[in-house]
Design a protein around this ligand. Structure first.
Ligand code: ZN
Length: 122
């Protein structure tokens, strides 16, 4: 049974939309930090002698963003994040490159958390 009340659908839709954005931003931040550190060390080898706390901070940030992304991937793919409209697994199949993009549309019923509409509804 589908829930079609926009008032009831709005808060969980916003939450899922934020989770999608956090997952995509944390992956991007993790990759960018890793590339920035690797490029800095290859261009300026003397940077390897930077204070250890700076290195630990960069590695820790990369790890924190990576763990946040991985936790959200697991939550989306294992049905922990449920569709507010149909109650099914929201994003079991991910569009495009697997694990890199979280769709805004439910796999089961087609409800879009960005627009708040479902395919076929007016
Ligand atoms: Zn759904």
């Amino acid at each position: 049974m589908y829930c079609r009340d926009p008032v009831l659908l709005a808060p969980p839709s916003r939450l899922i939309n934020r989770l999608r954005h956090v997952a995509q931003a944390s992956l991007l931040a993790s990759v960018l930090l890793f590339v920035a550190v690797a490029a800095t060390l290859s261009i300026f080898p003397s940077a390897a002698r930077m204070p250890a706390t700076v290195g630990y901070l960069l590695v820790s940030l990369t790890g924190v963003f990576g763990i946040a992304w991985l936790a959200l991937v697991i939550a989306f793919q294992n049905g922990i994040v449920k569709c507010p409209c149909c109650g099914g697994c929201f994003a079991r199949r991910q569009v495009g490159i697997p694990w890199l993009w979280f769709p805004s549309r439910c796999d089961e019923c087609g409800y879009d958390v960005s627009t708040g509409h479902r395919e076929g509804d007016f």
